[in-house]
Ligand binder design. Structure first.
Ligand code: GLV
Ligand code: MN
Ligand code: MN
Length: 416
């Protein structure tokens, strides 16, 4: 099936009619509908579908002649499986491409290999990882972190969404047993290579005149929750001098974050804030804000974050406000496997595809998996350069180029 036909099938799911943005938060009905789309799409292709203990989805194209592995693991001996994929969840009002482009392109690339009469000689899997954006439970790449054991299962089960629902409750409500979540060495041990195709979340490829890029590294990055607690009071009677207003401390921190990012040539963003109880005519009791910080190297990241947190403590003290800082997820720098990267570049070059090498400040499951298996990324040009927004865009011709590139890589890695 063509990329366009596959793409159209998923496009309406979880799109907000008013904003045009996607709200595919993990384990909500929109996410469950995306998961059903995955299962259906895999089944239509005769792929063997499995949900792992962490809720990540897998569709396996078993090579002919290999004996079934234990349970639903990829077939054949050893760590040979080649896996491609990405995620289906979104940020609030995200664009259509971040995540789904990688999953849809994976199925389209499989169709292309079949049209060419090719078949894998080692297991070929398509994966869709859960809660990559951390939009509902706060921890980015939660599904791949659980799989690789970099988050404790009990901690993960207790994560809550904005309404107080725990991950355990949300998974159980969607029919998934939360008691089983945790590292899966059997599955990981069978994976030889992970390749994630993703929309570029910047304009580098547009500037270079290239449709496809190869990932070089991911900047270290993280998110910190800042809770400011003051004293709720009446907006019309509390004098300025007696107020303990968490909003003022918060406002100073937003400016301090911007200054620290400029000072250290990094990025710092406060994209989410909740003021409680939220009376227009009241000094609020609490402000919770989320800081996202990213830098080219870890030392600079920690310098930048320390500067922002020190400023936060200072302003909290000045305003008589208590401050609680909670790191939600911190991801070290990732350098993608040089040998695999070179192999991707060579298989693309053999098909006449020039793919420049790019670093990115965006996080990906490929970055988490890279700690355990050789991992690589392909990027597809985004002419708007915008992402985490409905304005995110890729031209249909570039999406097709992405499928051709992924098929070239899969032919090399899985079919020879
Ligand atoms: C995911 O898109 C991230 O970079 O936060
Ligand atoms: Mn994203
Ligand atoms: Mn993504």
């Amino acid at each position: 099936m063509s990329f366009a036909a596959l793409w159209e099938g998923l496009l309406p799911v979880g799109r907000d009619a008013l904003t045009g943005g996607y709200r595919r938060f993990s384990w909500t009905p929109a996410d469950v509908a995306c998961r059903s789309w995955f299962t259906r799409t895999a089944a239509e292709r005769g792929l063997r579908v499995d949900t792992d203990r962490n809720g990540n989805l897998w569709a396996w194209w078993d090579p002919p002649g290999l004996a079934p592995g234990p349970g639903s693991l990829p077939r054949g001996p050893g760590p040979g499986a080649v896996v491609v994929g990405s995620h289906l969840d979104s940020v609030p009002d995200g664009g259509p491409f971040d995540g789904p482009l990688g999953v849809v392109s994976a199925f389209a690339a499989i169709d292309l290999l079949r049209e060419r009469g090719l078949a894998p000689v080692r297991p070929l899997g398509v994966a869709a990882f859960c809660e990559e954006e951390g939009a509902r439970f706060g921890v980015a790449c939660l599904g791949s972190r659980l799989l690789t054991g970099v988050i404790d299962p009990a901690t993960a089960r207790a994560l809550t969404d904005a309404g107080g629902t725990t991950l355990a409750e949300a998974m159980a409500a969607a029919g998934q047993d939360p008691a089983r979540i945790g590292p899966d060495e059997d599955l990981l041990g069978r994976i030889g290579t992970y390749v994630e195709l993703h929309i570029e979340q910047g304009r580098a490829l547009a500037g270079l005149g290239a449709a496809i890029g190869v990932g070089e590294r991911i900047w270290p990055h993280g998110r910190w929750r800042l809770g400011f607690t003051g004293r709720p009071d009446h907006a019309g009677t509390a004098t300025l001098g007696e107020r303990r207003d968490p909003m003022l401390a918060f406002a100073s921190v937003v400016l301090a974050a911007r200054q620290a990012a400029a000072d250290h040539h990094g990025l710092a963003t406060v994209g989410k804030v909740v003021a409680e109880p939220g009376a227009v005519n009241g000094v609020c009791a609490r402000v919770t804000a989320w800081l996202d910080a990213r830098c080219p190297d870890e030392q600079t990241l920690w310098t930048l974050v320390d500067q922002i947190l020190a400023a936060s403590r200072d302003v909290a003290g000045q305003h008589g406000v208590a401050l609680e800082v909670t790191p939600e997820s911190v991801t070290p720098a990732v350098d993608f496997h040089p040998g695999l990267r070179a192999r991707l570049t060579a298989s693309l070059a053999a098909r006449g595809i020039h793919a420049p090498v790019l670093a990115t400040g965006a996080g990906h499951d490929a970055g988490v998996l890279a700690a355990r298996v050789p991992a690589a990324m392909l990027f597809v040009r985004n002419p708007s350069g915008v992402s985490h927004s409905p304005a995110e865009h890729a031209e249909p011709a570039d999406c097709e180029a992405g499928v051709l590139a992924l098929a070239a890589v899969l032919e090399d890695l899985a079919c020879r």
